[in-house]
Design a protein around this ligand. Structure first.
Ligand code: FES
Length: 162
């Protein structure tokens, strides 16, 4: 049991386990519901799921790491998906990444200490004509420059501070 690295409220899983109707085989569905509850899959939650579904922790961890839909790290309130596909790369995605990393003091895959932003670089977001592009949650921002990117981040941070 993971007693030191995370401290999730495991009682939130009761309903998920009740819904299984004794069908512990549907591990993916259980993991999806758990991620909906916590926003990601903390280690102690994975251990609890292993115990309640009758799977080994190794199997549960294996499934959680195999599918890209599952997140093992906490994600900030604002998830920045920065495109590093070919068109965006050619149009300066690296300088946008640098601006984001410097402004937020994080690297790709990290979350800011205040839990507000996470950064993930991705391949083509499907709107290359707007390159370089990033998405923040559901919103798309195109034709980015480093200055414009920083302005967007500060605007969000300012809004959250109110
Ligand atoms: S390469 Fe960035 S949106 Fe297509």
């Amino acid at each position: 049991m993971c007693g030191h690295c995370c401290n999730s409220d495991l009682s939130l899983l009761t309903e998920v386990f009740n819904d299984m109707n004794g069908n512990g085989d549907n591990l993916i569905s259980v993991l999806q519901k758990a991620q909906d509850i916590y926003g990601y899959l903390p280690t102690d939650v994975l251990y609890e799921i292993a115990e309640k579904t009758g799977n080994s922790p190794a199997k549960v961890m294996g499934v959680a790491t195999f599918y890209t839909q599952f997140r093992l790290k906490k994600v900030g309130k604002y998830l920045i998906l920065l495109c590093k596909g070919t068109a965006c790369h050619v149009n300066g995605a690296d300088s946008i990444e640098k601006a984001i990393c410097e402004e937020l003091k994080i690297q790709d895959g990290d979350t800011t200490e205040d839990g507000l932003f996470s950064l993930k670089t991705v391949a083509c977001l499907g709107c290359c004509s707007l390159s370089p592009v990033m998405m923040i949650n559901e919103d798309t921002y195109g034709s980015l420059t480093p200055a414009k990117t920083v302005e967007i981040l500060r605007e969000i941070r300012g809004r959250e501070a109110k």
